[in-house]
Design a protein around this ligand. Structure first.
Ligand SMILES: NC(=O)c1ccc[n+]([C@@H]2O[C@H](COP(=O)([O-])OP(=O)(O)OC[C@H]3O[C@@H](n4cnc5c(N)ncnc54)[C@H](O)[C@@H]3O)[C@@H](O)[C@H]2O)c1
Length: 340
């Protein structure tokens, strides 16, 4: 049995807590959150823990928890501006870290996290959950197998109502969250990197519907791979009463995949050798539980988290930085200035 501490039990921390219930080999035994006293009063939390409620240990800070707990890894769901400090606190003590995306607000912070992981030989994985999402893994598998020929074109889309639910509304401050262009757009940008590697150039357009204080909240990024592969991703935070939707369309030489949860079949595949579409069934375990199980297995077996390496998470932040520079210069930006 692996013992874990959740660091930051807000929106995503709570969802992760519910995922651990599905993982019989990993148990959450402790929590660190600056709002621990307030959070503990929420009766509905009790049923999310497998550990008996009275045995769950609560701390206000990362350092308090580190001083008293000996856990197999920590699961960080803190606001993005404190990812670096928290991750390095644990990595320097040799504790493996699963940390929420985006990795950090700056490339210097990402590099400091990677250095702490390497120097202390403590595993670090950034929770780029789309890499574990079954409908996206289907696309990755089709690309890797080559069964439908070359990938010619990919359009990704993600957006919904502006997230207003976070503790202290930190997400609305781009100095803390990076705004939608970092917080939201990184999901699809990171998946493009997972699928195709680093682009040669990035050309982005976008704007700030709610003014510069909110950062870029609509963005379209074209990723140029130096050949005829056409790849783009668009993301939106809109102050509109709309549901959150993520979808993609991918064209291969001999197949077309449409992923759209608003359709009767979320995943539809059209192949050149059949007149009928396929509607593949996806496995039951959700992406977040799969991601946590994967990192737990990496820690247990002392394997690097190759499905989601920290350098790739860092380079996804680099692509976002290049996209911002492209918006600001109205010109394509070469990736070699940003990526390692
Ligand atoms: N993978 C996903 O799909 C997904 C979804 C939502 C959020 N996220 C990411 O997860 C992170 C957290 O987002 P959220 O929506 O859960 O935020 P949140 O505000 O709901 O939760 C953050 C929690 O951290 C606590 N906290 C803040 N500063 C702290 C500190 N210094 N020490 C200890 N506790 C502290 C807060 O009290 C709060 O409970 C962000 O990086 C966000 O981008 C990822």
């Amino acid at each position: 049995m692996q013992h874990v501490a959740i660091i930051g039990l807000g929106g995503i921390g709570r969802y992760h807590l519910s995922c651990y219930r599905k993982l019989p080999d990993i148990q959450v035994v402790a929590v660190a959150d600056i709002r621990a006293d307030e959070i503990k009063k929420d009766e509905s939390l009790r049923e999310l823990f497998v550990t008996p409620w009275k045995q769950v240990r609560w701390y206000d800070t990362c350092n308090d928890l580190l001083a008293r707990e000996d856990v197999d890894f920590v699961d960080i769901g803190l606001p993005t501006d404190v990812h670096k400090e928290a991750a390095i606190t644990y990595l320097n003590a040799g504790v493996p870290v699963l940390c929420e995306k985006p990795m950090a607000l700056s490339l210097a912070d990402c590099d400091a996290m990677i250095a702490a992981s390497q120097q202390n030989r403590a595993a670090l994985m950034i929770a780029q959950c789309i890499r574990f999402w079954p409908e996206y893994q289907y696309l990755k598998d089709m690309k890797t197998s080559g069964a439908a020929g070359r990938l010619l074109s990919l359009q990704m889309w993600r957006g919904g109502s502006t997230p207003g639910w976070n503790s202290s509304h930190w997400m609305m401050d781009p100095a803390r969250s990076g705004g939608a262009i970092l917080d939201l757009h990184i999901h699809d940008i990171d998946f493009c990197q997972y699928l195709l590697g680093l682009p040669k150039r990035v050309y982005a357009q976008g704007g700030c519907a709610k003014g510069a204080a909110r950062g870029y909240d609509y963005v379209l990024t074209n990723l140029d791979y130096g050949d005829d592969t056409q790849v783009s991703a668009a993301s939106h935070w809109a102050d509109l009463p709309m549901p959150f939707i993520a979808r993609y369309e991918a064209r291969f030489e001999r197949a077309f995949i449409r992923m759209d949860p608003t359709q009767s079949h979320t995943l539809a595949v059209y192949r050149s050798d059949s007149n009928d579409p396929e509607y593949p069934e996806m496995p039951g375990l959700d992406a977040y539980a799969s991601e946590i199980a994967y990192f737990g297995a990496c820690v247990r077996t002392k394997q690097a988290p190759e499905r989601c390496m920290p350098l790739e998470a860092r380079n996804s932040v680099a692509i976002i930085m290049a996209a911002k520079a492209s918006i600001e210069s109205s010109a394509p930006v070469p990736m070699n200035h940003y990526a390692l």
